[in-house]
Write a protein that binds this ligand. Structure first.
Ligand SMILES: [Zn+2]
Length: 304
């Protein structure tokens, strides 16, 4: 499951020391928790679920309003909308209010789940009006303990109940190919691109970026150059120069998300703090990417 572009950009900014404000820090934290939750659920699906259930992950759609479904399990007569919460905390639901570590939350997460369910049911009905959409909220963090009172009307489970959940949906009809095609074409029809603007750097922000060459494994800056490439002093990973150049080119591309023309040999040299020569950078960039021209700037085109 791929991270969304916003998270990729913010994590690079964080690692390069250019996350400027608290809002960005909170945002990257929330996005990362959301991503971990989705990833964790996918792992459970892979190891515990009857594969007759078709998995659809991170689905952005617009059906009267724009929304995102973390995961959907699809069978001929039932779609299960999975909303994962990755709270490393105690969660309580009492008299229609959510509490995280005893602090009342303004937002009722179950209301948005109900709305998503209604919208998704609208899409399901385009396939077959008999399809039921069943929402399940999964509190997937291993440290999350949940308590619910009778006011809760949405199915909610915690991690320790997941094995039982997958067991309970073990028996399911097989999806005929023709129906699967119909489902996928409806989902595609309502699919929309990621719903948030990506808050990336402008070219003049380059001066605040921490320059240096980073390890492709642990992301640390503690790398050593040798004849065949780069070795990480922290995790021991070895990478060829070609890999290093390629990876940093992508990093530069994401960092200046709205400025593809920033991917130049000189900027890469600057980002890597001169670790690799201009000549070597140029050689590897020419092998991997197409050179483009925008007014008087030559840059390498990287599609993300
Ligand atoms: Zn490393």
């Amino acid at each position: 499951m791929k991270k969304n572009d916003e998270l990729i950009v913010l994590e690079i900014m964080e690692q390069r020391g250019v996350l400027f404000n608290e809002a960005q820090k909170t945002r990257v934290h929330n996005l990362r928790q959301g991503y971990k939750g989705e990833l964790e659920f996918k792992k459970w699906y892979d190891s515990h679920c009857n594969k007759r259930w078709i998995f659809v992950g991170d689905y952005w759609f617009e059906f009267k309003a724009r929304m995102q479904a973390d995961s959907i399990l699809i069978s001929p007569r039932q779609w299960i909308l999975i909303d994962t919460k990755y709270y490393d905390a105690a969660f309580e639901y009492k008299n229609d209010v959510c509490y995280i570590n005893n602090v009342a939350q303004e937002k009722n997460i179950f209301d948005s789940v109900k709305e998503k369910t209604r919208r998704l049911a609208g899409i399901a009905a385009k396939v077959d009006t008999r399809i039921q959409v069943r929402p399940v909220v999964v509190f997937i963090h291993e440290n999350c303990h949940t308590t619910f009172d009778a006011s809760l009307t949405v199915e909610a489970i915690q991690r320790t109940q997941l094995a039982r959940f997958f067991n309970s949906i073990r028996v399911v009809d097989e999806m005929p190919d023709s129906l699967l095609q119909k489902v996928m074409s409806q989902l595609e029809f309502y699919r929309r691109p990621y719903g948030f603007p990506v808050d990336a750097l402008k070219p003049e922000g380059f001066e605040y970026v921490r320059a240096g060459t980073r390890c492709g494994g642990c992301g640390g800056f503690n790398v050593e150059k040798n004849r065949s490439g780069l070795s990480c002093k922290k995790c021991g990973r070895h990478e060829s120069l070609q890999e290093v150049v390629y990876k940093h080119a992508y990093e530069l591309r994401y960092l200046f998300y709205h400025h593809p023309e920033m991917v130049t040999v000189n900027n890469l040299y600057r980002l890597m703090n001169g670790t690799i020569s201009l000549k070597t950078i140029r050689k590897h960039m020419n092998t991997n990417f197409v050179l483009k021209r925008q007014s008087n700037i030559w840059y390498y085109e990287i599609n993300i």
